[in-house]
Design a protein around this ligand. Structure first.
Ligand code: CP
Ligand code: NVA
Length: 344
């Protein structure tokens, strides 16, 4: 019997994809992430008396494995004074005895935010529709927004420090990312997956051109391509697709790849390894393709050697480990925006 109370409240803010935000909003988030990093790592973290999430809980509803996103979110929540509650697929009734709809209504009635790693993107959209608290997309098959914020931050840091007169000192906080990212060219060599799709809806609007090489038959969603092209038109960036890695790499500043077999595609592994032949990122590929002399390499991790060899992955050109660390600072800024400030 109804108690006469509405179970709904004003729609909360969510972070489902960077496509929902402007370049200024995203770059300000990156800028705030850098302030968190500086405060915590390089200045006096003990000086922070403000713990704005004290007494609040963020639930992590993860239906897939995670190292970086989970550790980043749990540590970021703790830093802000809150509690993180990990709810893996083995732990709760979701998917076994209870639907996503019922689970989201129940969980969101008790916590202050939900970070969810799901299968189909429609699952995170359903969560957002039903939830009374902010939902953060921790990865869906379509998008991975918190990853691409960390990527923007890592690119900013790298470009800033290579121009800096004191490159050994961390000074990335002295410059806004809107000054470092515009005009860069990013080459993607790999699958047309959630990481590429998030890059496509984030980079062109920040003025970064994207040239993607994916094997024949591996294509991004039409709506994602349309967003990327419309954004690029406004900023003067370009968005191109090819099946030839060398063509994408021509004159690029950044080479990015990811696994050829995303979580949930394990049964396609054999077929994919065959169809991605020639897509491994190597020094030779970068040279053949004509990347800029100071090109650098990124990967969201976890990495398998077939998509990038050790020579590139562990070289000075690779910024994969700072990129991974930045998951913490960028997720912290998203949590702070949604759960403390009330919006991005
Ligand atoms: N890049 C990334 O999301 O890593 P995890 O799957 O380990 O969280
Ligand atoms: N494309 C990968 C990203 C992992 C962080 C996947 O979805 O499994």
């Amino acid at each position: 019997m109804s108690q006469g109370f509405s179970t709904k409240c004003a729609k909360p803010n969510h972070f489902l994809t960077t496509a929902d935000y402007t370049a200024e909003q995203l770059l300000d988030l990156v800028h705030r992430s850098i302030q968190f990093k500086v405060e915590s790592k390089y200045h006096h973290p003990q000086a922070r008396t403000e713990r704005p999430l004290t007494g609040k809980t963020l639930a992590l509803m993860f239906s897939k494995r995670s190292t970086r996103t989970r550790v980043a979110t749990e540590t970021a929540t703790a830093y802000l004074g809150g509690s993180a509650m990990f709810l893996g697929s083995q732990d709760i009734q979701l998917g076994v005895n209870e639907s996503l709809l019922d689970t989201s209504r129940v969980v969101s009635s008790m916590v202050d935010g939900i970070m969810a790693r799901v299968g189909g993107h429609e699952e995170i959209e359903l969560l957002a529709q039903e939830s009374r608290v902010p939902i953060i997309n921790a990865l869906s098959d379509k998008y991975h927004p918190t990853q691409i914020l960390a990527d923007l931050m890592a690119i900013h840091e790298h470009v800033h420090h290579r121009q800096s007169k004191t490159p050994d000192q961390y000074t990335a906080h002295t410059q806004h990312p809107r000054e470092t990212l515009k005009g860069l060219k990013c080459a993607w060599v790999g699958d047309a997956n959630n990481i590429l799709q998030e890059i496509l809806v984030a980079f062109p609007k920040c003025g970064i051109s994207v040239a993607a090489a994916c094997p024949p038959g591996y294509n991004c969603d039409d709506d994602v391509v349309a967003i990327a092209k419309a954004d690029a038109e406004k900023t003067g960036a370009s968005v191109t697709f090819t099946t030839k890695p060398e063509e994408a790499i021509k004159d690029c500043d950044i080479i990015v790849t990811d696994t050829w077999v995303s979580m949930g595609q394990e049964e396609e592994k054999k077929k994919r390894l065959q169809e991605f032949a020639g897509y491994q990122v190597t020094m030779d590929l970068a040279k053949r393709g004509g990347a800029k002399p100071d090109w650098f390499f990124m990967h969201c991790l976890p990495r398998k050697p077939e998509e990038v060899d050790d020579e590139v992955f562990y070289s000075d050109r690779s910024i994969v480990f700072p990129e991974a660390e930045n998951r913490k600072w960028t997720i912290m800024a998203v949590i702070d925006a949604l759960m403390v400030r009330g919006g991005i």
